[in-house]
Design a protein around this ligand. Structure first.
Ligand SMILES: NC(=O)c1ccc[n+]([C@@H]2O[C@H](COP(=O)([O-])OP(=O)(O)OC[C@H]3O[C@@H](n4cnc5c(N)ncnc54)[C@H](O)[C@@H]3O)[C@@H](O)[C@H]2O)c1
Length: 118
């Protein structure tokens, strides 16, 4: 936590006029409470397991991908990667804490706190 606070003090102000969470203590608390929503960009060999790990650890994950077929399969609880069994995708979707979208503008269930670019 001390390291995070030191980082916050050293970091230059974000040049963005958007609602970005810059308060490290708030972010830390939201991560511990699993209130932080994780956005994963790209649901391939890296991004899909990353989203699965987030959901398995109690987070809500929003997956973004440009491939409409992958979005459809994943939201239907099916896998398109042969070594990831479909039942694991189905279980992730069944938690209600994962949804795949084609564009961030389609995400209408509140702000995403962390964005992981796969
Ligand atoms: N797979 C590995 O072992 C590995 C190892 C080291 C680094 N990487 C790097 O990680 C990244 C992802 O690798 P991967 O193996 O998961 O690739 P992948 O091809 O399996 O997945 C990439 C996904 O991103 C999607 N995508 C492409 N452009 C997009 C965009 N603009 N917005 C949203 N989604 C988009 C694709 O449709 C695809 O589903 C790559 O940069 C790769 O070089 C991968």
């Amino acid at each position: 936590m001390q390291q995070l606070l030191a980082w916050q003090e050293a970091a230059p102000p974000l040049p963005l006029d958007v609602d970005v969470e810059t308060d490290v203590e708030t972010l830390y608390r939201r991560i511990l409470a699993r209130e932080a929503k994780i956005g994963v960009v790209g649901l391939g060999y890296v991004g899909l397991p990353l989203a699965m790990a987030a959901v398995a650890n109690g987070f809500t994950a929003i997956g973004l991908d440009i491939d409409p077929e992958k979005i459809e399969w994943l939201n239907e609880g099916r896998s398109y990667i042969h070594h990831i069994p479909g039942d694991r995708i189905a279980a992730m979707v069944a938690t209600g804490r994962f949804r795949a979208h084609m564009h961030v503008a389609l995400v209408n269930d509140g702000p995403v706190t962390l964005v992981l670019d796969a």
